[in-house]
Structures are given as structure tokens and as C-alpha cells.
Design a protein around this ligand. Structure first.
Ligand code: GAR
Length: 186
């Protein structure tokens, strides 16, 4: 199976889904490392599965370029074929993007190009759109601007708040992300 690295900042439900699917018979990829930019709760999924983890904190580096380099070295050690951002909430500088062109993918909880950035669910609700969704895309130098690989829409319910809507979106993301990773590594 193709070695992949997953980067997280949060609860890691997408990581857990990727992990589950990778254990299925005939899966085309294997998670060889998980990297976080903080002591993220989701690291537990990796640790429980015996997968090596690394925390690369911005504040442990003199500046952002040095942190970018630190992330790049952490990724390089795992020699991944594909890098999956699964709720990773920081932007990369050019170093990692140039080292892994077209090999970094991300999942976003909105229908890009609408509502990019850190608050895709909240921003869609605030705007009052009736339909939102999830997007899996190739990371480029912009903020959530890369080539779209998969996208699925979902109707916002009148009673939705940010939490309920995000949970339904995440259910879509988990399924879509696993599908895309399987396709890209097959
Ligand atoms: C997901 O909804 C993902 O799309 C979002 O963080 C959540 C992570 O959930 N990412 C972004 O908003 C990136 N800008 P998880 O930690 O449970 O996988």
C-alpha cells in the first residue's frame, strides 16, 4: 500500500475514518505517520494504532519559514506518496508545496470557492446560503484555491447551528476523503 502522512490540528475524526478504511482488505494506502501543529486530541487515534506521531509547533521555531522547514523535515522522514490535511489549520509556505507538488490534498467544510478559510461552516451560516457542503482539493499556494477533486452539497436546515451543520458536513467529508485517497493511491 502507498505510504501517506496525515496532518491534523483538531479532533481527528477524518483521520479516524482514514485509519479505519486503511485496515480494510485491499486498501490502497497505509498511514505511516501523523503530524500535528499542537497537542491535538486526534493524535490519540494514531497513538492507539501504533502509528508514529510528531508535533511541530510554530512557537518552537524562530519564525514561520523555520517552522515550514520543520514540517517539511517531519514529513520527509515518513517518505509519503501523498500528504493529507485533515483539519490542519495552518497554511504552508512554498517549501513543502515545492517539495510535494500536486501531492498534498485538503478537505474543507464548504463548497469552494465559497467560504474559504478557517470558518467555512460559520461563514456559510452567517451568509444565509441554503446549500453548503464539503470539498476535497489539491493544496496550492492560495487559501483553499487548489484544483477540486471531489465535492458534495448538503441542504442547510432552518434549525441548524454551527455544530449540527458541521457534524453533517464532516460525515460527508470522511466518506469523500477516504474515496479520494483510495483513488489517488490506487
Ligand atoms: C473538518 O471539517 C475540516 O474540513 C476542517 O476541520 C474539520 C476537522 O475535523 N478543516 C478546515 O476548516 C480547514 N480550513 P476533524 O478534526 O474531526 O477531522
Amino acid at each position: 500500500p502507498a505510504p501517506i502522512v496525515v496532518l491534523i490540528s483538531g479532533t481527528g475524526s477524518n483521520l479516524a475514518a482514514l485509519l479505519d478504511a486503511s485496515r480494510a482488505e485491499g486498501s490502497s494506502y497505509e498511514i505511516v505517520g501523523v503530524i500535528a501543529d499542537r497537542e491535538a486530541a486526534g493524535l490519540a487515534h494514531a497513538r492507539n494504532a501504533g502509528i508514529p506521531t510528531e508535533v511541530v509547533r510554530l512557537k518552537d521555531f524562530p519564525d514561520r519559514d523555520a517552522w515550514n522547514h520543520g514540517v517539511r523535515l517531519a514529513v520527509d522522514r515518513f517518505a509519503p506518496q501523498l500528504i493529507v490535511l485533515a483539519g490542519f489549520m495552518k497554511l504552508f509556505g512554498p517549501e513543502l508545496l515545492e517539495a510535494y507538488p500536486d501531492r498534498i490534498i485538503n478537505t474543507h467544510p464548504a463548497l469552494l470557492p465559497s467560504f474559504p478559510g478557517a470558518h467555512g461552516v460559520r461563514d456559510a451560516l452567517a451568509y444565509g446560503v441554503r446549500v453548503t457542503g464539503a470539498t476535497v482539493f489539491v493544496v496550492d499556494a492560495g487559501i483553499d484555491t487548489g484544483r477540486i477533486l471531489a465535492q458534495e452539497a448538503l441542504t442547510i436546515l432552518p434549525e441548524d447551528d454551527e455544530t449540527s451543520l458541521h457534524e453533517r458536513i464532516k460525515a460527508i467529508e470522511r466518506r469523500m476523503l477516504v474515496d479520494v485517497v483510495e483513488q489517488l493511491t490506487r
